[in-house]
Design a protein around this ligand. Structure first.
Ligand SMILES: [Mg+2]
Length: 199
């Protein structure tokens, strides 16, 4: 598909969204990394919740990939709805925060390209590996060896988390890169609209 966005383009779109939020919410100079790390962990939890495969107590362990979102009632009194894929939407919510963290760590776009050749980890293990590695990005400040060491550690854990995240998306959840970029662009627009509407 010739219109498919690249990772660099999504990274640029994320920078624009982040800059807008920082400006409109008066957050210049505030260290937003701890909030963003927690936000990513929450979204990974939401993604796992839609995947459902770890719910051994439930009869329904199939991923939730089809749902209808209410759009309210239109001018002629008809209830409107929109079909969407909850699993894919949570996946790109995670991608938003991955890209935001990359920006906050000043990583170059090249660092977003990682082979998704994570060894044969079970899906449930991929999820916990992502959460673990994302959590370690914040833990870096307790390491000895000065700031440069700290930055290297953060980059290491970021890339570890991202490798697992790509594997999860493309190999386990079955998303194509085109599906991911399309859903990212759609959610990026929703997030801009939310800022415009005083979210
Ligand atoms: Mg979400």
């Amino acid at each position: 598909m010739e219109n498919t966005l690249t990772l660099e383009q999504m990274f640029e779109m994320q920078k624009v969204l982040d800059a807008r939020i920082i400006k409109e919410k008066g957050l210049e100079g505030v260290d937003l990394l701890p909030n963003t790390i927690l936000a990513l962990q929450v979204e990974i939890g939401e993604l796992a919740n839609e995947w459902r495969g770890f719910k051994h107590w439930s009869k329904n362990q199939k991923p939730r990939t089809r749902a209808v979102r209410s759009l309210g009632v239109d001018d002629i009194g008809v209830e409107r709805g929109e079909a969407y894929n909850p699993l894919l939407e949570e996946y790109v919510d995670c991608l938003h925060f991955f890209l935001s963290i990359a920006r906050q760590l000043n990583l170059p776009a090249d660092d977003l390209y990682i082979p998704d050749d994570v060894a044969e980890l079970k899906t449930v293990v991929l999820f916990t590996e992502i959460l673990h590695n994302v959590g370690m990005i914040i833990g870096g400040e307790f390491l000895v060896g000065g700031y440069e060491r700290f930055k290297d550690e953060q980059r290491h854990f970021f890339r570890g988390a991202l490798a697992c995240f790509y594997s999860l998306g493309e190999q386990r959840l079955g998303f194509s890169f085109e599906q991911i970029t399309e859903a990212y662009a759609a959610k990026n627009k929703v997030n801009h609209d939310r800022q415009s509407n005083g979210y």
